[in-house]
Design a protein around this ligand. Sequence first.
Ligand code: HEC
Ligand code: HEC
Length: 472
Amino acid sequence: MKQFHTPQSARFLRARYVLPLVLLATGGSALAQDPQPLMGQPLLGLTPTQLQHFEEGLVQFSTPLTEAMGLGPIFNEVSCVSCHNIPAVGGFSTRRVTRFGKAAVGPVPFDPLAGLGGTLLQDQSLDVACREVVPPEADHEIHRGTPALFGAGLIESIPDADILAVQAAQPVSVQGIPRYNQPLESPGGPMVLGRFGWKGGVSTVESFSIDASLNEMGLTSAFAPTENAPNGDVGLLAGCDSVADPEDHADAAGFTLTQRFTHFQRFLAAPAQTPRTGMAGEVLFEQVGCADCHVSSFTTGTVPEAALSGVLIRPYSDFLLHDMGALGDGIVDGIATETIMMTRPLWGLAQRSALLHDGRATGASFGGLIDLAVAEHFGQSDASRIAYQALSSADRDLVADFLASLGRAEFDWDTDNDLTEFDWFFLEPLMTGPAPSVPLTADDPGALCDVDADGDFDLVEFGKLQRVWTAQ
Ligand code: HEC
Ligand code: HEC
């Protein structure tokens, strides 16, 4: 994990506030709530063994794969972190990958050009003789962005039945469709409702690890043992691939690389939301129908890991497929046809500078990005787009303020996922002490520091700030 703070900053805080903190600590005050983890940090409540698996997984996720380990022969990048790194390991990035195919004409359906290496292009290769290109047969090409993986284990732990219950309650005009996929790691097991990828084509973290290992890096494994041939040319493959498949083997502790990648992602904390509830913009977000698809909360089911079980999460997605009209990416992938995309979680939005699957909403302030993203919402989201655009600009600002709270941790004034003197410069004047005459509301700047939501920013919260600061 990155070390952001300087020793000076920690000393600065300690020197000025050590006395009241000592009093607090010895007073044994009951701490109602703890600040949420920053992005890239592990879930709270992991066992020591799970924490160790998280740390070891982080190393593998960040380590470049070599040819001898199984990289290539064709690939997009050499490590998971190459694409998943903002604002921390496991995050999103500006890297986009190319998908291609031949668009439908009349009764002739979309052709994924599977025999020519479609739909995913691998744009790098070990040997230039094996480099893939978008074949001339393709007349449709799009560039899909990289989502962040924070909270992936929690998303995985939402019971299918709870997603189906959301679907059953949706107004008919916006009702989504569940997509079932076969988890790669349990070929004979039950199908599971999809919740990852822009088109919902993957249901579990381990499946995505296996899939991305093969398709982004060229690492074959027990459940995906066949290399991608460059533009489908198996003859070329023989000359460019020197390592026998499957390439992913168990290490001394008995875990394969794809399992290591899985550990790291599964134990990543969800993006923070501050304040946790109660902003005026969320009411408007519900009123204009955004929340019909961007469903605020789920509670995870009972899974083997206690830290992932029975947790209330606020991802703002229904994990269902919707017909988005012209926003669709034109690629057919199973039941997710040209115009059909999965509702994306909105947690983590505060960090992003490009929105939507191809990043087309970009180059504006945060509020401007939201306006641009909504302006591209067609199909089943037509009514919601129109209702949003009819809001006054002051109301749209409130919606943007609310959406900016998704991905912001307590005390992180500038929303850059770390705490520094710069944040403290703005936070210090916001201290109210206990029971101010006018209590803080969720829409006040000071709510950023009101960890226990009791309407003030007092020394209890200051103590929490100091602990987070010194721990980061
Ligand atoms: C070349 C860039 C690139 C590399 C390398 C890469 N990814 Fe991704 N990742 C993406 C893109 C693009 C998507 C969106 C996929 C889609 O739906 O088309 C994605 C999506 C994901 C998702 C789904 C997240 C969600 O919420 O939908 C997971 C999980 C994931 N990647 C894990 C991994 C792992 C594990 C590795 C390493 C084995 C990896 N990725 C390597 C670009 C990359
Ligand atoms: C009918 C369902 C539906 C409704 C209603 C809806 N959305 Fe979406 N939203 C989606 C889907 C599907 C996507 C993924 C779009 C894509 O693939 O580019 C999305 C994506 C987004 C994104 C970009 C997320 C990202 O990771 O880039 C934002 C922001 C967003 N929606 C905000 C809103 C707001 C604000 C409203 C209300 C005005 C709204 N949405 C209403 C389905 C919906």
